[in-house]
Write a protein that binds this ligand. Structure first.
Ligand SMILES: [Zn+2]
Length: 295
């Protein structure tokens, strides 16, 4: 019987429900495979082995992201999700784990008082922004990268005012089929994703902090009805090149495979084929107590 492993999400220590290994989806490391296991208690998925993350982040494809009409369109959709969850137009918003700051720029362009923090980008590594309080904090594709997901939730909770919003965009481990890990290699994104939290466990951890769910989007903001701008079409294109994430940050290449009938159907209607499970959950932190009325 497999040894018990401790889960940093739910605290259980029991033999894994499942184990798997998957190749990295970053070109420089595509020959390397990484072991994963699923917690039998909360269904979260964990990277099994410690690795030298500095080595893997040294030439990270996301660090090559540049603003374009497409990134601005996607980030506008993310902002609409926040707005619909009660974030005001001129709200003070912190993008926690902001990378190169593309979302920060777009939120500012749309009228938000947006700030960014990212320990790994020198332009946003100043921790002074963490001493402030915000109307909303968003951590898009962040919680799955950190060593301690619950500590991140606590940090985000401290960063927003009482009654503020915390938005977590992350893959739902419960939606991932670990019996076919290669089909999920971009979601598993090894070795960068250390802990993929199962959505029910995320909600449980938030509820334990007094947070309530304001909105839950089950699909990524990058899955849209604009032709070719949907998740299945993107994954098909990555596969048509070399199935690495790097392709998404390189100039477009012509591939005959993208003219196949199935690819053309995906270009138009791929949004319909996007499975749920990589979305955004917006929480509200406990509102301030109402002042006692004098009698
Ligand atoms: Zn667990």
């Amino acid at each position: 019987m497999a040894a018990s492993l401790p889960c940093v999400v739910c605290g259980a220590a029991q033999p894994p429900a499942e184990e798997a290994a998957v190749a990295s989806n970053v070109r420089a490391f595509a020959a390397e495979r990484f072991a994963l296991w699923r917690c039998a208690g909360c269904r979260s998925i964990h990277a099994r082995d410690e690795v030298d993350l500095d080595r893997y982040y040294r030439d990270y494809p996301f660090a090559r992201a540049t603003p374009s009409r497409i990134t601005r369109f996607f980030h506008g959709r993310l902002w609409k999700r926040l707005r619909a969850a009660g974030v005001a137009r001129g709200a003070r918003v912190l993008d926690y784990g902001c990378g190169r700051g593309l979302l920060v720029d777009e939120l500012r362009r749309r009228g938000a008082d947006a700030h960014g923090y990212d320990a790994y980008d020198p332009a946003f590594a100043d921790r002074a922004v963490l001493a402030d309080r915000y109307d909303a904090a968003i951590a898009q594709d962040v919680i799955e990268h950190v060593a301690d997901p619950l500590a991140l939730l606590d940090e985000l909770g401290r960063l927003v005012r009482p009654g503020g919003r915390v938005a977590i965009g992350t893959p739902d481990a419960a939606a991932i089929d670990l019996t076919a890990p290669e089909r999920w290699r971009h979601t598993l994104h090894q070795p960068y994703h250390r802990h993929l939290v199962a959505h029910p466990a995320l909600v449980a951890a938030a509820t334990a902090r007094g947070w309530t769910v304001v909105a839950h989007h089950r699909r990524p903001y990058t899955n849209t009805w604009v032709p070719t701008l949907n998740q299945p079409y993107l994954l098909r294109y990555l596969r048509a090149v070399d199935d690495t994430l790097d392709v998404a940050f390189e100039p477009p290449r012509f591939r005959w495979a993208m003219l196949s009938p199935a690819a053309l159907v995906d270009a138009a209607f791929g949004a319909l084929r996007c499975p749920p499970g990589d979305g955004l959950t917006v929480f509200q932190t406990p509102a301030p107590a109402l002042p006692a009325t004098k009698t």
